[in-house]
Design a protein around this ligand. Structure first.
Ligand SMILES: NC(=O)c1ccc[n+]([C@@H]2O[C@H](COP(=O)([O-])OP(=O)(O)OC[C@H]3O[C@@H](n4cnc5c(N)ncnc54)[C@H](O)[C@@H]3O)[C@@H](O)[C@H]2O)c1
Ligand SMILES: [Zn+2]
Ligand SMILES: [Zn+2]
Length: 361
C-alpha cells in the first residue's frame, strides 16, 4: 500500500518549490519507512532546485532529517519500528571496491530504497541525495537509518544528517585537524561553522573564519573562531598570513563551492598544508592554478564528501558529544518552520539571515 502525504517538490530548473501530494510505498525487503520529525534546509537543496546537481527533475527535496521508524521490510535487523533515527545519505554497501579495501566512507555503491516515491500521477521522484525528507513519510534503505539517542531534539539530530556532519568531518576526518593546528574556514554557513566547531573540539590553536557577512562571522566566533575576516573589506589571504606569523594555515577548508574562495584557500595555506573542498561547485566552474605553485607548496588538495563520515560510527558520537554539553548543536537551529515555508527559507538563506531553517512536523 502507498501512503499519500505532502512533499516539497522542485518541478523544473529555477522554479519555486511546491508542496504537492506524493505517494510513499510501504517498505520492501531491506527498506525502512520513516515518519520524519524534522528536516533542515541545506544549500544543497537549493543547488538541486537550480539544476546545479543534475537534471533529474522532479526532485523531492530535503535530506537533513531525523524521524521515527514507522515500519521495516523483510530482512531488516539494524532498526525496528519506534526507533529514533538520523537519515544518512551514505549507507556503505560492504561489497564495492572501496568497501572491500576498508574505506567504506568512499563507498561507490551506497544503498538507497529500491522502490520509487512518486507524484500522485505515478511520475517517479528523484529524492535529494537519495533521501527526500521534506515529507511526512519517506522511504529509505534501512542502512540509511542510523539509530541515535532519543534524548536529542529532532531538529538538532536532523542537522547532523548532513551539514553538521559534512563540516565537522571535513575538519576532523578529511583535514585531520589536530591539537595545535591553525585552520581557516572559507564560508561560515551551516557547513563552515560545523567545521569551526569540529576544529575547536579537535584542539586547533588558531581558527580563522572568512565570510562576506558580519552576521555569519559573529556566529563563527560563537562556534569557536579565534579570528574572523570579512572578505568584502580585506584580502583574506594577506590577513590569514598576518594572523599566522606570515606562514598561512595548516588546514584551509573551503565551504562555499566557488573558484574564488578555492583559490584563496589554496594560497592561504602554509607549506605542506592541506586544502579541503567541502563546498559543492556548479558544473560550469573552472579553476586555473600555476602547476609550479601546486608542486612547490606541497601538501594535499582534498575533497570531502559528507565529511568522509561513517554514519553508523559518527552520528551517535556527535549526538553523545552534544548530550554531554561538549558540542553546542542547538546554535545551528536558527528557526523552526512549517513544511510550506521551504521556498521562503531558501530566500532567507540567500540573504544570509539564517544558519539553518528546520522544518518540523
Ligand atoms: N561536501 C559535502 O558533502 C557537502 C554537504 C553539505 C553541503 N555542502 C555544500 O557546502 C556549501 C555550504 O553549505 P551551507 O549549507 O553552509 O551554505 P550557506 O549558504 O549556509 O553558507 C555559505 C556561506 O558562504 C558565504 N560566502 C559566499 N561567498 C563567499 C565568498 N566569496 N567568500 C567568503 N564567504 C562566502 C556565505 O555568506 C555563507 O555564509 C554548499 O556548497 C553546500 O552545497 C557540501
Ligand atoms: Zn561500498
Ligand atoms: Zn546537505
Amino acid at each position: 500500500m502507498a501512503h499519500q502525504v505532502n512533499g516539497v517538490v522542485a518541478e523544473a530548473k529555477g522554479a519555486p518549490v511546491k508542496l504537492v501530494p506524493i505517494l510513499v510505498p510501504d517498505p520492501g525487503p531491506g527498506e525502512a519507512l520513516v515518519r520524519v520529525k524534522a528536516c533542515g534546509v541545506c544549500h544543497t537543496d537549493l543547488h538541486y532546485r537550480e539544476g546545479a546537481i543534475n537534471d533529474d527533475f522532479p526532485f523531492l527535496l530535503g535530506h537533513e532529517a531525523s524521524g521515527i521508524v514507522e515500519s521495516v521490510g523483510d530482512g531488516v535487523t539494524n532498526v525496528a519500528p519506534g526507533d529514533f533515527v538520523i537519515i544518512a545519505w551514505r549507507a556503505p554497501c560492504g561489497t564495492c571496491r572501496s568497501c572491500l579495501r576498508g574505506a567504506p566512507w568512499y563507498c561507490f555503491a551506497s544503498r538507497n530504497a529500491s522502490q520509487p516515491m512518486t507524484l500522485a500521477d505515478g511520475t517517479p521522484l528523484s529524492p535529494a541525495l537519495g533521501i527526500g525528507a521534506f515529507a511526512e513519510l519517506t522511504l529509505v534503505d534501512a542502512g540509511q537509518a542510523v539509530k541515535v539517542s532519543p534524548q536529542a531534539s529532532p531538529e538538532v539530530a536532523g542537522l547532523v544528517g548532513c551539514g553538521i556532519m559534512a563540516g565537522f568531518g571535513a575538519a576532523t576526518n578529511t583535514g585531520n585537524v589536530g591539537r595545535g593546528d591553525s585552520v581557516a574556514v572559507f564560508g561560515c554557513g551551516g557547513v563552515g561553522n560545523a567545521a569551526i566547531a569540529g576544529s575547536r573540539l579537535a584542539g586547533a590553536h588558531t581558527i580563522i573564519g572568512v565570510d562576506l557577512d558580519d552576521r555569519k562571522l559573529a556566529w563563527a566566533k560563537e562556534f569557536g573562531a579565534t579570528h574572523t575576516i570579512n572578505a568584502t573589506s580585506m584580502d583574506p589571504v594577506e590577513e590569514i598570513r598576518k594572523l599566522t606569523g606570515g606562514n598561512g594555515v595548516n588546514v584551509a577548508i573551503e565551504a562555499v563551492g566557488n573558484p574564488v574562495t578555492y583559490e584563496q584557500a589554496f594560497y592561504a595555506r602554509d607549506h605542506a598544508g592541506t586544502l579541503v573542498l567541502v563546498g559543492v561547485p556548479s558544473p560550469d566552474m573552472k579553476i586555473e592554478l600555476p602547476l609550479l605553485e601546486i608542486f612547490g607548496r606541497g601538501g594535499s588538495l582534498k575533497s570531502s564528501w559528507y565529511g568522509d563520515c561513517l554514519p553508523s560510527r559518527d552520528f551517535p558520537m556527535l549526538i553523545d558529544l552534544y548530550l554531554q554539553g561538549r558540542l553546542d548543536l542547538d546554535r545551528f537551529v536558527s528557526e523552526t518552520i512549517g513544511i510550506g515555508d521551504v521556498e521562503e527559507a531558501f530566500h532567507k538563506m540567500e540573504r544570509g539571515e539564517v544558519l539553518r531553517s528546520v522544518v518540523v512536523f
